[in-house]
Design a binder for this molecule. Structure first.
Ligand code: SF4
Ligand code: SF4
Length: 437
C-alpha cells in the first residue's frame, strides 16, 4: 500500500485546525517540508507537550513525508522560547536534512503564509497554497498521526489542552467524540459556576456555552473563562450589534490595517476599508469587501489593534462570505512585497495577552498519560475539508475502537472516520453517529 493510501485509510487530516485531508498533500512533489510547531494561540500548549513527549513519532512522520514528496529539506518551525521541546526534537533527530527554524514569540507566527516566509523567504501568491512555492506544511500533530497511519493506526484520539477555570489544567489525548463535559471532569472539574468556553483558542477559536459539544479531529482544546470576562461579553454580542457599533464608532484610524500581519507581509488586506462596508459610506459594500479576501481571520485587528474595541475581523469574515457567495475573487493588482516596517510591528504574545486580559490564566498544562473514558461519544461524519464521509454502520451494530464508521468514497475530497471506543451504535444519521460503551 502506498504512503498516501495508508494516510487516507487512517483518516488523517490537518490537526492544527484546518482539517485538510493529508493524503492529498502526501501525493505532491515539493522542495521543502515545513513542520508547524509554532502554536501561537495563547493558553493552549498541546503542540509543545506533543513535541516534548513524542519527538520520535513526529520526526518519523516528517522523514516519511520528505521521502515521499522528494523534499530536499525540512524546516521545523518552533518558538525559541520552547527550549525543552527544541531539545527533545534535536536530540531525537538523526536526519541532517531536518533543520530547526526558530521563531519569535509573536502572534500569529503559525499562519501558513508567515511560516513559509519565515522558513524559506518565499511568498505564497495571493489565494495560493504553500505548494505554489514548493512547500508542504503540516502541524506537528499531523506528522504524529502520519507515523501512526504507517503502523495502520487510524485517527481515533485528539491531543487537547483543557485550561482556564479548571482544577487541574492539563494536556491529554481524548477519544474523538468525547463531550466537553467529560473533558472538564477529566481536568478535575470547573472551579467556577459561571463560565464560558473558548474552543481551540481565543483569537481564532469560537465561543460556546454548550457542554454537550464534542472533540473533533481539529480542535486544539478548550479554555474556560469567567462568563463576565470582557472577551466573553464582546464575542457573545450578536453580529448585528457588532456591525451597528462599528458603523457608529469607526473613525477610520486604520490601526487595524497597520497591524494586520497579512498586510505587513504584502497582501492587499485592509480591514479599515472593509469597515466601510458597514454602510457608513454611500458606496456599496461590494467595493470594500475585496480588501477582506486575503484575510486569515487571525483576529489581531479586533482583539489588539483597534483602539475603539470594534470588530474589523468580523467585518472581514462577512466580506469574505459575501465574496464566496457571489463567486468573486479579488485579484491583487500589485505584486506581493513585504512591508519595510513588518518586523518592527510584530505583536509579542505577552503584550497581546495583556491587552486581552488573559495573562492571569496562563498556566502550566502538563501532558498526562491517562485519558477520559466517556460512556457515550458523538462522532461527526464531517470533521474535515470536503464532503462528509458516508455512514458505514447501522443502529445496533457492535463496533470496536478503530473500526471504520464513516467511509470516504474514492475520488472525493474528505477523510475516513473511525470509532474511538468499543460499543454499540445507538444512533446514526448522515450527520453524526452515537456510540455507547
Ligand atoms: S482600528 Fe478600529 S477604529 Fe480604526 S479603522 Fe480599524 S476598525 Fe476603525
Ligand atoms: S483578522 Fe484582521 S489582522 Fe488578521 S488577517 Fe484578517 S484583517 Fe488582518
Amino acid at each position: 500500500m502506498s504512503f498516501s493510501e495508508k494516510i487516507f485509510n487512517a483518516g488523517v487530516v490537518g490537526a492544527g485546525g484546518a482539517g485538510f485531508p493529508t493524503h492529498i498533500k502526501a501525493n505532491s512533489k515539493v522542495e521543502y517540508v515545513l513542520v508547524n510547531g509554532a502554536e501561537c494561540e495563547p493558553l493552549i500548549h498541546k503542540d509543545v507537550e506533543l513535541m516534548k513527549n513524542f519527538p520520535s513519532q513526529i520526526l518519523e512522520g516528517v522523514s516519511e513525508m520528505m521521502k515521499n514528496t522528494d523534499a530536499k529539506k525540512t524546516y521545523f518551525g518552533i518558538k525559541a522560547k520552547n527550549s525543552i521541546a527544541i531539545e527533545e526534537i534535536e536530540k531525537h533527530n538523526s536526519n541532517n536534512r531536518i533543520e530547526t527554524c526558530l521563531l519569535g514569540d509573536f502572534y500569529p507566527s503559525g499562519d501558513e503564509y508567515e511560516l513559509v516566509y519565515a522558513a524559506t523567504k518565499r511568498l505564497i501568491p495571493p489565494h495560493g497554497l504553500p505548494l505554489d512555492v514548493g512547500c508542504v506544511v503540516n502541524n506537528v500533530e499531523t506528522f504524529f498521526n502520519i507515523s501512526n497511519a504507517l503502523k495502520d493506526i487510524p485517527v481515533t484520539e485528539k491531543i487537547v489542552t483543557v485550561t482556564g477555570l479548571v482544577k487541574e489544567p492539563k494536556t491529554f489525548f481524548a477519544p474523538i467524540g468525547t463531550s466537553f463535559k467529560d473533558l472538564i471532569e477529566f481536568a478535575g472539574g470547573a472551579i467556577a459556576n459561571d463560565y464560558a468556553i473558548f474552543v481551540s483558542g481565543i483569537l481564532m477559536g469560537r465561543l460556546t456555552f454548550d457542554l454537550t459539544e464534542v472533540v473533533t479531529k481539529t480542535i486544539a482544546g478548550i479554555i474556560l473563562l469567567p462568563k463576565d470576562h470582557y472577551l466573553v461579553t464582546r464575542m457573545n454580542r450578536p453580529l448585528t450589534s457588532m456591525n451597528r457599533i462599528g458603523k457608529s464608532a469607526c473613525d477610520q484610524c486604520s490601526y487595524c490595517t497597520e497591524f494586520c500581519p497579512r498586510y505587513l507581509l504584502g497582501y492587499d488586506v485592509q480591514p479599515h476599508k472593509v469597515m466601510r462596508s458597514l454602510q457608513f459610506s454611500t458606496t456599496g459594500e461590494a467595493v470594500w469587501n475585496q480588501y477582506a479576501d486575503l484575510c486569515c481571520s487571525c483576529g489581531l485587528c479586533s482583539l489588539y489593534a483597534c483602539p475603539e474595541d470594534l470588530y474589523p475581523r468580523e467585518a472581514c469574515d462577512q466580506g469574505k462570505a459575501e465574496l464566496r457567495k457571489n463567486n468573486q475573487k479579488y485579484i491583487q493588482p500589485k505584486p506581493v512585497k513585504v512591508h519595510p516596517i513588518k518586523e518592527g510591528r510584530r505583536v509579542p504574545l505577552k503584550q497581546l495577552m495583556k491587552r486581552m486580559d488573559v495573562l492571569k490564566y496562563e498556566q502550566k498544562t502538563p501532558f498526562t498519560e491517562g485519558k477520559p473514558e466517556p460512556k457515550i461519544i458523538k462522532i461527526f461524519l464531517k470533521q474535515h475539508v470536503g464532503v462528509p464521509a458516508s455512514l458505514n454502520v447501522l443502529v445496533g451494530d457492535k463496533v470496536s475502537k478503530g473500526d471504520l464508521v464513516g467511509k470516504m468514497d474514492n475520488g472525493k475530497l474528505g477523510a475516513n472516520i473511525h470509532s474511538s471506543i468499543d460499543g454499540i451504535v445507538t444512533s446514526a444519521n448522515d450527520n453524526f453517529i452515537i456510540i455507547e460503551r
